[in-house]
Design a protein around this ligand. Structure first.
Ligand SMILES: O=C(O)CCC(=O)C(=O)O
Length: 280
């Protein structure tokens, strides 16, 4: 399994990431990683591990077919996810795109939409969910299956990380604990013909990844393929400008770190160093 990205993250990738708030990187992970993580995802989807945090979106929404499964902070209790967080090319990709000498693991999330799953991922950006602030926080969404418009490709609004917006958190299963006074994120699915918005999405092969800024607005439609699963893992990493900001209506962090608000969260247990230029 490769430790370093199979292909270079280029200066053009960094420019695209800064400008659009998202970049698609092709084939950074070898096939062994993709096979290993697909097997791990199958295991995680049906586990009853006490630390598992499953969200069964289809079930919660009363859906009649398919399954939209989300699980978070899996690396805390699954060895394959731990290796994926700390020993795969993920962290180096994060550091390169952030321009950071050192990054820490924040958390991981599994997103699986089985064939014939109509539940969408509502348009949102990530930062309002998190007890964290900063510009150097990003997500690497790695496709574990081929993904296209029919099976729920992830879509972005280019440049939305520069809008100076902080939309209300929106969870696909509409969990009321995330309600807040913040402005609601528009449903951009209804605004596709509005020329002021540039929609970005990619047809992806398993092993391609999307890297996005925490304020880039994104979402995905259902998986309307009758045969093709869509599975991805999103790993989030942060760099030196991140600060702990435990606001109301933000997610609980597995491990329940006790940290000082307004400071860099240097907790080696909950947020271990995943990549350091000095030792890489
Ligand atoms: O896979 C999806 O539909 C949602 C992914 C997402 O919102 C994320 O990785 O931040």
């Amino acid at each position: 399994m490769n430790r370093r990205p199979l292909n270079p993250v280029t200066a053009q990738d960094r420019t695209d990431f800064d400008r659009n708030g998202v970049v698609c990187l092709r084939q950074m992970f070898d096939q062994d990683w993709i096979e290993r993580m697909n097997e791990a995802v199958n295991r995680v989807m049906d586990t009853s591990h006490p630390l598992a945090r499953p969200r069964e979106v289809t079930q919660a929404m009363g859906g009649k077919s398919g399954r939209y499964h989300i699980n978070s902070f899996v690396w805390h209790w699954d060895n394959d996810f731990r290796a994926w967080a700390l020993e795969s090319p993920n962290a180096e990709i994060a550091a390169t795109l952030m321009g950071a000498d050192r990054v820490r693991m924040f958390y991981d999330q599994v997103f699986v939409k089985e064939p014939n799953t109509s539940e969408m991922t509502d348009w949102h950006h990530d930062l309002p969910f998190w007890p964290m602030r900063g510009n150097q926080i990003l997500s690497i969404w790695v496709a574990l299956t081929d993904v296209g418009p029919d099976n729920s490709s992830l879509e972005y609004i280019a440049g939305s990380h520069h809008w100076n917006k902080f939309y209300r958190a929106a969870i696909p299963d509409k969990d009321p604990r995330f309600k807040s006074e913040l402005e609601e994120c528009p449903n951009f699915s209804l605004l596709r013909s509005d020329p002021q918005y540039r929609f970005l999405s990619w047809t992806m092969k398993a092993g391609d990844c999307l890297v996005h800024h925490p304020l880039t607005v994104h979402g995905s439609e259902g998986n309307f393929s009758p045969t093709r699963r869509r599975a991805a893992i999103s790993n989030r990493y942060f760099g030196p400008d991140a600060v702990w900001d435990p606001r109301p209506a933000t997610m609980r962090v597995t491990g329940d770190p006790v940290l000082e608000a307004g400071h860099y969260p240097a907790d080696d247990h909950v947020f271990p160093i995943a990549w350091d230029r000095a030792t890489a």
